[in-house]
Design a protein around this ligand. Structure first.
Ligand SMILES: Nc1ncnc2c1ncn2[C@@H]1O[C@H](COP(=O)(O)OP(=O)(O)OP(=O)(O)O)[C@@H](O)[C@H]1O
Ligand code: SF4
Ligand SMILES: [Mg+2]
Length: 329
């Protein structure tokens, strides 16, 4: 992996077994993540988008090794973390953290905020209470809360403030990569941009890289350098944010872009509405995963999973109707 990258994911799969019968034997599997490949550059933000159930959270949790990997490879900095366990995994975890969607559920209501944020430091380092308190108060300031927040409890805060606490906790071990799983989806629109601005400032100050998970493109648009569009466990298109917005190539990305409300009033844009529901990842369609809903599907789309075509530098899409150079997916 080149030095410019902090994370490289290759052909990653996360299949969950479906068990049934009195012996709870495996009777099938949910192919939540079905062979995704992408990379995150140092100091940059990669947005991972797609509709509910397409496997975004499974991808995030698997990359951070909160779940075991079915197959594929995860390279973090210069370490292959795909199958590391025990001490090695615990040590590697200092480098990457997750921020969760629901700031209400992810904070223990019985614990003082100072203890919640300081917990990772306490778990990893032998530091005095005074030292930890100093570090935690500094972290709280960095996320825009005052020192008094240290002595409060989660219920005393608004959703936006709780998410700031979640971010402060994720920063406690000075990670290099943060996977933020829909960090603002549960918040009021008015506070979403405040939290996004804090994340941008922290990125600058700490040189952080983000994998930013969201279900709609309008949020990732403002924060991402590079975007991966996920559909039914696959990344169907990936490219620089500007290219994805101005020149989407995959019909699925085109439908997502068409759903973003107009920025300039009066500008007309045709909405591409998809027919049908997202197929089940336990019984995915053969061939192109999108063929059951694709408005321009052909007979041959049912035959094989399309390989990536490179449509311009760093911009790839998996659709057989694109004729540029073919790259293995
Ligand atoms: N632990 C699990 N065991 C079995 N199936 C799971 C598990 N976690 C997720 N799934 C299934 O895997 C698929 C992908 O789920 P996942 O939560 O990763 O999607 P998502 O893109 O994050 O969706 P959302 O936008 O709703 O958060 C879904 O069909 C889901 O039901
Ligand atoms: S390969 Fe076929 S079904 Fe898939 S996106 Fe392209 S045209 Fe649509
Ligand atoms: Mg999710």
């Amino acid at each position: 992996m080149s030095n410019d990258y902090i994370l490289e994911v290759k052909d990653l799969k996360q299949y969950y077994p479906i068990k049934g019968g009195i012996f709870q034997r495996k009777v099938g599997e949910v192919k939540a993540v079905d062979g995704i490949s992408f990379a995150v550059k140092k100091g940059q933000t990669v947005g991972l988008v797609g509709e509910s159930g397409c496997g975004k959270s499974s991808a995030g949790r698997t990359i951070l090794r909160l779940q075991d990997v079915t197959s594929g490879k995860i390279q973090f900095c210069d370490q292959d973390i795909t199958n590391i366990k025990g001490k090695a995994l615990r040590e590697a975890r200092k480098g990457f953290q997750m921020v969760f969607q629901d700031p209400y559920a992810s904070l223990n209501p019985m614990q003082m905020i100072g203890d919640i944020v300081g917990e990772p430091i306490r778990n990893y380092y032998h530091k005095s209470q005074k030292e930890i308190e100093g570090e935690v108060k500094d972290l709280l300031k960095r996320v825009g809360l005052n020192e008094q927040a240290y002595y409060k409890y989660a219920h005393e805060f608004s959703g936006g403030q709780r998410q700031r606490v979640g971010i402060a906790r994720a920063l406690a071990l000075k990670p290099k990569l943060i996977i933020a799983d829909e960090p603002v989806s549960a918040l009021d629109v008015s506070v979403q941009s405040q939290v996004l601005n804090i994340m941008a400032e922290l990125q600058e100050d700490f040189g952080l890289s983000y994998l930013f998970i969201a279900h709609d493109l309008s949020v990732v648009k403002h924060v991402s350098d590079y975007i991966c569009v996920m559909y039914l466990g696959h990344i169907v298109e990936q490219g620089p944010a500007e290219a994805i917005y101005s020149r989407p190539q995959h019909p699925y990305t085109q439908s997502l872009i068409s759903a973003i409300p107009e920025i300039r009033p009066g500008q007309k844009k045709e909405r591409i509405l998809l027919q049908g529901d997202l197929p089940s990842p336990s019984d995915p369609p053969h061939g192109c995963p999108f063929h059951t809903r694709c408005p321009i599907a052909q007979d041959e789309c049912r035959l094989e999973k399309p390989a990536y075509r490179q449509v311009e530098p760093d911009h790839f899409a998996a659709c057989i109707l694109l004729e540029e150079e073919v790259f293995p997916q």
